[in-house]
Design a protein around this ligand. Structure first.
Ligand SMILES: Cc1cc2nc3c(=O)[nH]c(=O)nc-3n(C[C@H](O)[C@H](O)[C@H](O)COP(=O)(O)OP(=O)(O)OC[C@H]3O[C@@H](n4cnc5c(N)ncnc54)[C@H](O)[C@@H]3O)c2cc1C
Length: 387
């Protein structure tokens, strides 16, 4: 464990963080808190704002605009941390050098926190005839077709695994059912949810059972172990050639690391392999955290943040001439929209014990307050903003 004592001497290491999502923001915040002006941290992101992944569901079903859920990086400036708005165009992990739309950067420590990207072309017809809801643009665009869907067959389909926030497509199915009920058209509509995993949340059988029971109560058909293979107007074909009628397709595209990371030669099977305990890649002085990495944990913001904390503790310990011995424990809690405004929580522990566990906390209105606090505490910590 690293002590809270402030490091007195010069840190002397330039830390370059690629990506200002959950992982990059937490890492920059911790280094600034502990090392202050001596931190020498630069964060590069192509965007000028950050938004929580779960805001996509608010945009689809609660009328939220992208602007209303966006936080500007200009508010995230902290001692010792510089934000650069640039597109990362090349990474050389051997020399820890990075090229961007604005020039080049050299680092002593490079932390890749670039999230996951989507491969729409992996599912023929998704780009032309479906609506993916995993990007902010996609979620914004899906709000219209959802609002005008009054009859027929809606399919929520996961086109590949791993994918971020495993409960999110289940949340989408329940929120769609609520929306149709609210508008008085639920009886004219069918909802099917297709995913390549056998159950909605495999590491938590209790969560899966609760979701399956909720689907049954609401007449949502669950097809596990199958993947959408082709989307055509009015029709969806699964990977076993089963055909389903489909008037509204809400899709989770196949995920992969951003192209620039794949081109850097750092990825294997689409993502950057890391040591689960330390988040180190095989390249000296290069770490990877969050959705772009394969760290043995689910792809979710809370795990990107947890991994970033472990990297931060190592860098702080190094700066103080200490040794960091606590490995990443792979623990984190995910909140699930269960419909009718209720929230459930699943407490995941993937790395600290002999077995992966996922403890289910039944849906309640009280847990909504806890989810709200999850968002507002990060908003305050990273951006100094109050709700
Ligand atoms: C519908 C939905 C609901 C979700 N709900 C939850 C939830 O309730 N709880 C939870 O914990 N997680 C949730 N998630 C998942 C969560 O949003 C992600 O897992 C999380 O954002 C990953 O954090 P990250 O730091 O790895 O990457 P990201 O947050 O994706 O950040 C990566 C950053 O890298 C930048 N970047 C990428 N490529 C480049 C480039 N070439 N140049 C410059 N910048 C670049 C991007 O602009 C981005 O800011 C949800 C996701 C979805 C889609």
């Amino acid at each position: 464990m690293v002590t809270a004592r402030r490091y007195a001497g010069a840190v002397g290491k330039k830390v370059l963080i690629l990506g200002a999502g959950f992982g990059g923001l937490e890492l920059g915040t911790m280094l600034s808190e502990e090392l202050g002006e001596e931190a020498e941290v630069t964060i590069i992101d192509r965007s000028d704002t950050f938004s929580f992944g779960f805001s996509k569901l608010d945009m689809m079903f609660r009328g939220a605009s992208l602007e209303s859920v966006s936080m500007p990086y200009s508010q995230a400036v902290k001692p010792g941390v510089t934000f650069l708005r640039e597109e990362i165009t090349g990474i050389d992990p051997e020399s820890r050098s990075v090229t961007t739309s604005a020039g080049s950067h050299q680092a002593d420590v490079l932390v890749i926190a670039m999230g996951a990207d989507y491969d729409l072309d992996a599912t023929p017809g998704l780009a032309e005839h479906g609506t993916e809801f995993y990007s902010f643009a996609g979620a914004e665009a899906a709000a219209g077709p959802i609002a005008s869907f009054n009859s027929g067959h809606a399919v929520i389909g996961v086109c590949g695994a791993p994918f971020k926030c495993p409960p999110a497509p289940s949340e989408c199915a329940l929120m769609l059912s609520d929306d149709l009920t609210r508008r008085g058209v639920r009886e004219q509509c069918e909802i099917t949810f297709v995913m390549p995993l056998g159950t909605p949340v495999p590491p938590s059988p209790e969560t899966s059972a609760a979701l399956l029971s909720e689907f049954e109560d609401r007449g949502i058909t669950f097809i596990g172990g199958r993947r959408p293979a082709r989307i055509e107007p009015g029709k969806l074909t699964l990977d076993d050639q089963t055909e389903l009628p489909c008037d509204l397709f809400l899709g989770v595209p196949k995920h992969r690391a951003p192209a620039v990371l794949i081109e850097s030669g750092m990825t294997e099977e689409g993502f950057v392999p890391v040591d689960s305990a330390t988040l180190k890649t095989k390249f000296e002085g290069v770490y990877a955290v969050g959705d772009c990495a394969t760290a043995g944990v689910p792809k979710a913001g809370v795990f990107a943040e947890g991994a970033a904390k472990v990297v931060a503790r190592q860098l702080i310990a190094e700066a103080r001439g200490q040794e960091m011995t606590d490995p990443y424990d792979g623990r984190g809690s995910c909140y699930l929209e269960f419909g009718e405004d209720r929230i459930a929580r699943v407490d995941i522990d993937f790395l600290s014990g002999p077995e992966k566990t996922g403890v289910f906390n039944a849906p309640s209105l009280e847990l909504r307050a806890e989810k709200n606090e999850f968002g507002s505490s990060r908003k305050a910590r990273w951006f100094g903003l109050r709700d």
